[in-house]
Design a protein around this ligand. Sequence first.
Ligand code: NDP
Length: 253
Amino acid sequence: MHYQPKSDLLNNRIILVTGANTGIGREAALTYARYGAQVLLLGRNTEQLQQVCDEINQHSRQTAYWFPLDLETATPESCQHLVEDIARVVPRLDGVLHNAGLLGEVVPMTEQNPAVWQQVMRVNIDGTFFLTQALIPLLLKSASASLVFTSSSVGRQGRAGWGAYSVSKFATEGMMQVLAEEYDSRQLRVNCINPGGTRTRMRASAFPQEDAMKLKTPADIMPLYLWLMGDDSKRKTGISFDAQPGRKPGAAE
Ligand code: NDP
């Protein structure tokens, strides 16, 4: 995507990122802060979250905060408590990036371990849904909020071996579409990003034979992440966007 955001694109915006300790989520949190947003970092690796938070707070005018969140064990009640803690430090949310995700096992359906299957569904769908339900009142306090889910090419077209992950990403697309229909896009727009093959830990475990240097880095795919959080994407809702349009799914060649 060719997009040249203004350096103050996200001034006065408050944006929450899940899985902000590493990979794409870490990069998104750092990027949003650089473009002027106040960021809230969520994740389960509190040591890494603290490091990202410290890095942001060294340079940013707006104080970043982090909050512990394990989506696998999250309940509607724990998400409500978390949002009460969040509401003590910020008055509203202008953006939420649901980035945290679990790959599970890349094996045929008959070999999918049911326990791992349920783990993937809890992280990618149930926990993400509980958190969304709890966060929506804070998003509705914004003049124009953006809720972004993270999908995948296997969330649009099933692929052999991608089991629980693929099914969970189809459900992510569904959750996005249902929510997008439920809100006026002037108040809350809801979209998905498919990052496309990106150089992260998850990608390396899915494609261990691949030459990672042939992949885009998280920093390379940030233009779409920025565009969807700023006013340039106003009124866009119910859409699944590609951060790397035209990229063929599968291993880098
Ligand atoms: P990483 O594995 O680097 O990051 C995944 C993030 O999700 C980490 O912060 C991880 O935390 C977090 N997470 C996993 N389980 C939980 C949990 N139980 N509770 C809270 N957080 C959790 O992968 P990516 O950066 O590549 O992935 C980011 C998103 O992009 C995912 O949704 C993924 O499905 C999607 N995606 C990535 C692609 C790629 O090529 N990289 C392609 C298509 C989609 P922790 O470090 O503690 O495990």
